[in-house]
Design a protein around this ligand. Structure first.
Ligand code: HEC
Ligand code: HEC
Ligand code: HEC
Ligand code: HEC
Length: 276
């Protein structure tokens, strides 16, 4: 399970780092909402020096969501992937509350932009340093291709084949926010790998370098999350498959596009967990 404590060190470190372009950095990517970012951008003069701030804050952060989260999470009700949409989907005994189970905190964090409902400017706090000192987050404005955008719904995705707006209907998206443990794997027979067993390096790699030790350990260690509020571990969430801190666009990170934690060429990402 990934360590939240790492965030404190990383945020402190990022404060002094230069904005050098790197394929494994969020700086300059679609997830960089600063004035110099790609796709959806904050208007010039607006927190333009900072990248992390649109998602993280080192103090007084929102405790629901990803670590040190600086966004107000989606308050919408999501429709979950469940047995109602599949004849074969099963949940671990701990997740019997199928369709009504809530979205876990890490996925809720993603959906605070990708639900197409929550505004990009739903920030907890704006910076106390730089040009945005004392500016209210609700006055933040964003643009895509020069046109103002409020939510993901308005955005035109750089991937013309799809849309970055998943909507609040998650019944047509890969299941998330459920327990993927040994007993679920046992229930599915040999078709699903046991996430607790140390995976061979070729099964896990190449996870991006951002996730230290990404080429060893188990699926549970590298890909699954805790849900502290629900007191659950081994949760499969959006970030089980996606790494939000990288370039993630077609041109610069082809094998990891879109923000995938490992290349899905030959469906290698899918085959990490599914033995098909
Ligand atoms: C677009 C939103 C977004 C931006 C921008 C962003 N993060 Fe994150 N971050 C997340 C999400 C979501 C998670 C939880 C999922 C995960 O761990 O990958 C997270 C988790 C983390 C973690 C804890 C997990 C880990 O991988 O160690 C650290 C540390 C972190 N972010 C640091 C940063 C820093 C430093 C920046 C700026 C350079 C940054 N983040 C920018 C969304 C973002
Ligand atoms: C602060 C808002 C924000 C958060 C939080 C956020 N994203 Fe994004 N994401 C964006 C924007 C903006 C884009 C670019 C959309 C576009 O191209 O129009 C994007 C693009 C993407 C893309 C590429 C889509 C494409 O078609 O190119 C993926 C995949 C993605 N995000 C996944 C995630 C995941 C997974 C998380 C959580 C771990 C997350 N995002 C959290 C704002 C966000
Ligand atoms: C089981 C793995 C997995 C999970 C879980 C997952 N994704 Fe994805 N996602 C992918 C893959 C693989 C692609 C690229 C599909 C392709 O090749 O076109 C993708 C594509 C996307 C895109 C781009 C879609 C488009 O049409 O432009 C977005 C945005 C995205 N994911 C966001 C999310 C969010 C938000 C969550 C959680 C609610 C999530 N993903 C959960 C594997 C996953
Ligand atoms: C991190 C591990 C992991 C990854 C990566 C992953 N899956 Fe899954 N997937 C699961 C688990 C666990 C389930 C739930 C198992 C179940 O009950 O059927 C699931 C469910 C599914 C289902 C629904 C099965 C049903 O019975 O309704 C499909 C289809 C699926 N995955 C396809 C994919 C594809 C395609 C990819 C690659 C884009 C992928 N998965 C990547 C773990 C993963």
């Amino acid at each position: 399970m990934k360590k939240i404590a790492l965030l404190i060190a990383a945020v402190a470190w990022a404060g002094t780092a230069s904005a050098a372009f790197s394929p494994t950095s969020v700086v300059g990517s679609s997830h960089d909402l600063s004035a110099t970012g790609k796709d959806v951008q904050g208007k010039a003069g607006q927190a333009q020096n900072q990248v992390c701030i649109y998602c993280h804050m080192p103090h007084n952060a929102n405790n629901v969501g990803a670590p040190l989260w600086n966004r107000s999470n989606s308050t919408t009700t999501f429709q979950m992937y469940s047995q109602a949409n599949s004849s074969t989907f099963v949940l671990d005994a701990a997740d019997t509350n199928t369709a009504a189970r809530p979205v876990g905190p890490v996925s809720l964090a993603c959906l605070s932009c990708h639900d197409g409902v929550t505004a990009f400017n739903s920030l907890n706090q704006t910076p106390m340093i730089d040009s945005d000192n004392n500016i209210s987050a609700s006055s933040y404005t964003f643009a895509s291709g020069g046109a103002p955008v409020v939510t993901m719904q308005d955005a035109s995705p750089s991937n013309t084949a799809g849309t970055a707006n998943l909507t609040t209907d998650l019944t047509n998206d890969h299941p998330i926010s459920f327990t993927y443990d040994t007993s679920l794997a046992t229930l599915k027979g040999t078709t699903l790998r046991d996430p607790a067993v140390a995976a061979s390096a070729d099964l896990l790699q190449p996870l991006v370098i951002y996730r230290a030790g990404g080429t060893s350990g188990s699926i549970a260690q590298q890909m699954l999350f805790v849900n502290p509020a629900a007191n659950k571990s081994n949760q499969l969430e959006c970030a089980s498959c996606h790494e939000p801190h990288m370039q993630g666009d077609l041109a610069s990170a082809a094998s990891n596009y879109p923000f995938l934690i490992k290349s899905n060429q030959n469906s290698n990402l899918c085959l990490t967990c599914h033995n098909k």
